[in-house]
Design a protein around this ligand. Sequence first.
Ligand SMILES: Cc1cc2nc3c(=O)[nH]c(=O)nc-3n(C[C@H](O)[C@H](O)[C@H](O)COP(=O)(O)OP(=O)(O)OC[C@H]3O[C@@H](n4cnc5c(N)ncnc54)[C@H](O)[C@@H]3O)c2cc1C
Length: 393
Amino acid sequence: MNPTTKRKIAIIGGGPAGLMLAARLDEKKFEVTLYEKNTAPARKFLVAGDGGLNLTHSEPLEQFIKRYTPVSFFEPILRNFSNTDLQEWFKSIGVPTFTGTSKRIFPQKGIKPIEVLNAILKVLKDKNVKIQTNYTWKGEEMNADISVFALGGSSWKVTGSDGAWTGYFKEKGIEIIPFQASNCAFKINWSKNLISLAEGLPLKNISLKSLNVRKEGEVVITAFGMEGSAIYALSPQIRQQLNEHQKAFCYIDLKPSLSLAKLTKFLESKPANNTMTNYLSGTLNLSKSQMALLKNLTTKEDFTKPETLAAKIKELPLEIVGLGPIDEAISTTGGISLEEIDTNFQLKKWPGHYVIGEMLDWDAPTGGYLLQGSFSMGNNLAEYLNKSAVVHS
Ligand SMILES: Cc1cc2nc3c(=O)[nH]c(=O)nc-3n(C[C@H](O)[C@H](O)[C@H](O)COP(=O)(O)OP(=O)(O)OC[C@H]3O[C@@H](n4cnc5c(N)ncnc54)[C@H](O)[C@@H]3O)c2cc1C
């Protein structure tokens, strides 16, 4: 086939979304160039790998889909390229995966994040994808038939994902939703006493509820407030309340394994010669941090009434007064409004130009859902373009 008949695609942004798109495009139909402002692609991907590269999650697809906001946007994306599809693809490029105890999926033990990246880059090399680094897009039309933006969100700016691109899209009348931190620290005005007793301590095997959505997992008490998987997963509910009322409520269940009735009965049967504090930590196994939190957020009187105390242990209210700094957040919401794209990620107001990955306004918790979302969009756009490409031979 004459190579000049191939259509030119410019992918701008070398994160998971852009890399997956490049890896899945048909090299017989397209001449692909990937532009990246850094000296090398995927810095945020490598940062994400620092604490273990959590590529996706193993839960059943029906449940998996519900983790995303908005679900309606993600459902077709994930049905087309699911968590199992992603694992199979990684296996096919020499990156077998394993499921951790938390049901999260990681590259098999011993495979480092840089090796995962190199395996992806090898696919690009084999497909003759050109990579142009040190190229910062500033609103210009690219020398290509199709341009795809995969510029990321706006946290951890040091990785290159700085959200500095919003103005160029605004100039074209494209709606930009302001960035907000997600999967971030949440500010709580703890008492000095609580910080001195519990700063840095985890609260394990708890559940958290906000706006009637309940999440299980773990959190850590910090001087700023609270962090951790359980509270990250409630980011949409907390952000919504903060945006409307400048404060948000979250209710922590310190003993999810016991019903309120069982817990009340248990507290009522405390031996008279034991103190409630000893009984809770000794027999109920409440940890140091759980005890500190409970004591700080209840009155002495609450401790004297089993029914009231049980209710507090099951639903201890936390008042959240703000989000942590956006640059320290694991992800951001905001960016290009989903209203601006069609079902194939094409900008309605700028035909021939597509947008994928975290630069779109969506949200998902940590646990591999963020990377999966970006990888799925990259894959699906490649499939669509491969199918729709007209090749003149
Ligand atoms: C500390 C941390 C831990 C994380 N852990 C996990 C995890 O365990 N699991 C998970 O699923 N997700 C995790 N994430 C989130 C995940 O890394 C991101 O959601 C994902 O990288 C988004 O992919 P993307 O391709 O959309 O954008 P990005 O990865 O942000 O890539 C965008 C690329 O575009 C480039 N770029 C930006 N502007 C321009 C421009 N004007 N011109 C040219 N290039 C430009 C950037 O340099 C960057 O390389 C973590 C994130 C952080 C910060």
